[in-house]
Write a protein that binds this ligand. Structure first.
Ligand code: DGJ
Length: 558
């Protein structure tokens, strides 16, 4: 008997020791913050998620065979894929982890990390992933009630039994991850999907009405910077036309915050909630966008009510450069790391990965990039099957090999990146004594005119005072000594004119000269020198076309 107990103690302490050792080898991924910049720390260093999100119904054996070849083609380092509550808890309290175990095993085989999406109570505002046993009991797991007293296709954030069931299931899932993923294949977890409600602004059930007529909670007033005359002021008094949306955001965030907190207590991976957006330039009236999710007008409510959610993250499908850049700006906040968990993978949108990097994004993932949907072949060519993947693949072929350096330099505040904007032929990035001037559409030796389609993008990182890492596509990059705007010459180099980027500094013209322009390739995460570029290759600036090109550039003045 004694020896049995001894054996048990030994086994438990060995398991504890092994777990500890694993934690040391692969610490739990976490977010780090440095001077307002964020990084996702994986295996002890900043990591950039170059992701792709699978289609919604792709996490099944028959479909996964059509996911991995696309991930390989993309050179993605992370797959975002759902975990379905309805599959995981087919009977109340009975959890089936087959799908979780399968995706973990397959991701490891393919040397790819995972971000798992908990399709729980909310999926695009509806309750479609609730298990059948819940769907069949709508009186317990009830829906939002609209103004006419009708149940709508959206779960009520006031359904306590739904909250309890979701928190239990999410906790079970996180505990299972903790036990089965010592390798930290899973980097982050998305809690729910595009929460909120379409078709009605909020729950108008009698219980919800009572709360709506009651005082706005103090933490909401504080978060939204409101100081009403009376502390008992109701939602309508404080928020006017946005009262319903703010109320619903409060209710939904509280629900999701509790689910997240329960899961996080089990296993503290970074957690985020994604948002279906409202138009950031001309936001329509409430009702024109999904109500209750973390839209830009209620981020502060989400932050206050769901502190277990580390990041609120925009799903960006909006057309137009101005709108895209505005969204990035709105979700890049001192209290929120920028993460783009869904976006369009189109050729015109792909360049915005660079805009996101310019705001220290920790990750980016276009949506629907697997072979489970048929994509029309262009001109009947088989190669065109991959046309829908190619814009993202082009980005990842360049950035993938240098991902760790990019993430580190960005976290250190040494990196800047931009994408071409319609009508802007040049963009200038400031690095202390140097400006990096990016110009677009400079064909051959002529001046820059802007690309026919705005597809240009560049990233520049300062390695030393006079040394830069430069990469990009469809642009020209040059360096100019920094001076005041009036004192600068040569926004762009025009071949054959002898123009050199210069600036008048302390009454003396300073001209840029290249000391050494090294072309390299990243191998095992390190820049490997290939050759020195000079002559025709640098006399008209540093030109980036559609093939991956990484340069390490040393400059000085004469
Ligand atoms: C946004 C959702 O979050 C995704 O799950 C998916 O439904 C896409 N929309 C479809 O475009």
């Amino acid at each position: 008997m004694k020896s049995d107990i001894l054996a048990l103690i030994l086994t438990v302490s060995c398991a504890g020791f092994l777990l500890n050792a694993q934690e040391q080898v692969h610490p739990i991924p976490h977010l780090a913050q440095n001077g307002g910049r964020y990084a996702l720390i994986v295996d002890g260093a900043p990591y950039l998620m170059l992701g792709a999100q699978a289609n919604n119904s792709s996490d099944w054996p028959a479909a996964l065979a059509k996911v991995w070849p696309a991930i390989e083609y993309l050179h993605a380092n992370t797959l975002e894929i759902p975990v379905y509550w309805e599959q995981m808890e087919p009977k109340q309290g009975q959890f089936d982890y087959t799908a979780v175990d399968r995706i973990l095993a397959q991701a490891r085989e393919h040397h790819v990390h995972l971000v798992l999406l908990w399709f729980g109570t909310w999926k695009n505002g509806s309750q479609h992933y609730m298990p059948e046993w819940m769907k069949l009991q709508p009186e317990r797991y009830f829906h939002v009630t609209n103004k006419n007293g009708e149940a709508v296709d959206s779960p009520s954030p006031f359904a306590t039994e739904s909250l309890e069931a979701d928190a239990r299931a999410f906790t079970a899932f996180m505990l299972h991850l903790k036990a089965t993923d010592p390798e930290r294949t899973v980097l982050m977890v998305q809690v729910e999907n595009e929460t909120g409600t379409w078709g009605t602004l909020r729950d108008y059930s009698p219980a919800a009405e009572k709360l709506f007529e009651g005082p706005v909670p103090a933490e909401v007033l504080k978060a939204m910077n409101k100081t009403p005359d009376k502390s008992t002021a109701a939602w309508r008094d404080v928020f006017g036309l946005e009262a319903d949306v703010c109320f619903h955001a409060w209710a939904v965030a509280r629900f999701v915050g509790q689910v997240a907190a329960a899961g996080r207590a089990a296993y503290p991976l970074p957690l985020y909630a994604n948002a279906a957006l409202r138009d950031p330039i001309k936001p329509g009236a409430p009702g024109s966008y999904e109500s209750g999710g973390p839209t830009d007008n209620v981020i502060a409510i989400w932050k206050a009510e769901a502190p277990a959610i580390d990041i609120v993250a925009p799903d960006i499908y909006l057309p137009g450069t101005e709108a895209y850049l505005k969204v990035l700006d709105l979700y890049h906040r001192p209290d929120n790391a920028l993460l783009v968990p869904e976006t369009s993978g189109s050729a015109s949108a792909a360049r915005f990965l660079f805009s996101a990097l310019g705001l220290q994004a920790i990750g980016y993932a276009p949506f629907g990039l697997d072979y489970t949907r048929t994509h029309p072949m262009q001109n009947g060519e088989a190669a065109a099957q991959n046309a829908f993947l190619e814009p993202t693949a082009q980005n990842y072929r360049l950035i993938g090999p240098m991902m760790r350096d990019i993430a580190r330099l960005n976290f250190q505040g040494k990196l800047q990146a931009v994408a071409e904007e319609e009508g802007k032929i040049t963009q200038t990035l400031h690095f202390g004594e140097w400006d990096a001037v990016i110009s677009y559409g400079a064909a051959g030796r002529g001046p820059a005119k802007g690309n026919a389609e705005p597809v240009g993008r560049a990233l520049v990182a300062q390695l030393k005072d006079n040394q830069f890492l430069v990469a990009g596509y469809d642009c020209r990059v040059d360096f100019r000594p920094a001076g005041t705007e009036q004192q600068k010459k040569s926004q762009q180099i025009v071949a054959g004119t002898g123009q050199i980027p210069s600036a008048l500094i302390d009454g003396k013209w300073q001209h840029r000269q290249f000391l050494r322009v090294e072309e390299g390739a990243y191998e095992d995460g390190a820049f490997k020198f290939l050759r020195i570029l000079n002559g025709d290759q640098t006399d008209w600036g540093l030109n980036f076309a559609s093939e991956p090109l990484v340069l390490r550039v040393s400059v000085s003045t004469y």
